[in-house]
Design a protein around this ligand. Sequence first.
Ligand code: PGA
Length: 247
Amino acid sequence: MKPFIYVANWKMAMTRQSVQTFMAEFHSDAALYSRPNTTIILCPSFTHIAMVASLLNGTKAKLGGQTCSTYARGAYTGQTSATMLAETGCSYCIIGHSERRTLCDETNEDVAAQYVQLVAASLTPIICIGETASDHTAGTTTSVLEHQLSPLIEAFKQHPSSQLMIAYEPVWAIGTGVTPTIQELAATCSWLKSFISQNFAGATTMLLYGGSVDATNAAEIKTIPSVDGLLIGGASQEFKKFKNIVV
Ligand code: PGA
């Protein structure tokens, strides 16, 4: 079994009760969280992070935030810094998710600034990129991905991180039940894997796929050699569904 990463993006979908239910089932399934070569990263909402940190005790799973501020500290009402995430037990953070880009107008430059904050706080960034449906139809996927990564590559030169994850999430595949064909996904991921290893040289880079991953399509996606992990939204929010993707 090759090393494989599963990132659960709980978005704003979980109540305190549903987090506790998930964690009780997770905690009693040592075979799941002790699987060899398997990294599980749970990304709750900010208000649940501290609780999940304590409920994770004794498991090998890790914690991540869903976004962070572009600033280190100061008068930024409502924001959460990378250092605060680290203090609360996170070792990872998702940035650049398409929902943040569209709903909160986050730009590629903002994502690069968040990356800098994460590196300063010694968190591993999970950077989301992906083309829209119209980019996909126009056949411009690779140039869109290059453009999204461009400010990040510049930031990396000044602030190199030892490890980073790129999550390829076609916008048209998120929450829609539609995924690219395996052939198309393999081709894009193979191109992206070599692009990121060239442009983030010196860092350990891992490539994740996200967008409508579920128990029926995960097994085939995992066979793509350039895919090192999965970023899972909807299907990560119920323990049984999530487990069926991992095992
Ligand atoms: P989905 O979400 O698995 O529900 O499509 C993925 C994501 O938004 O990261």
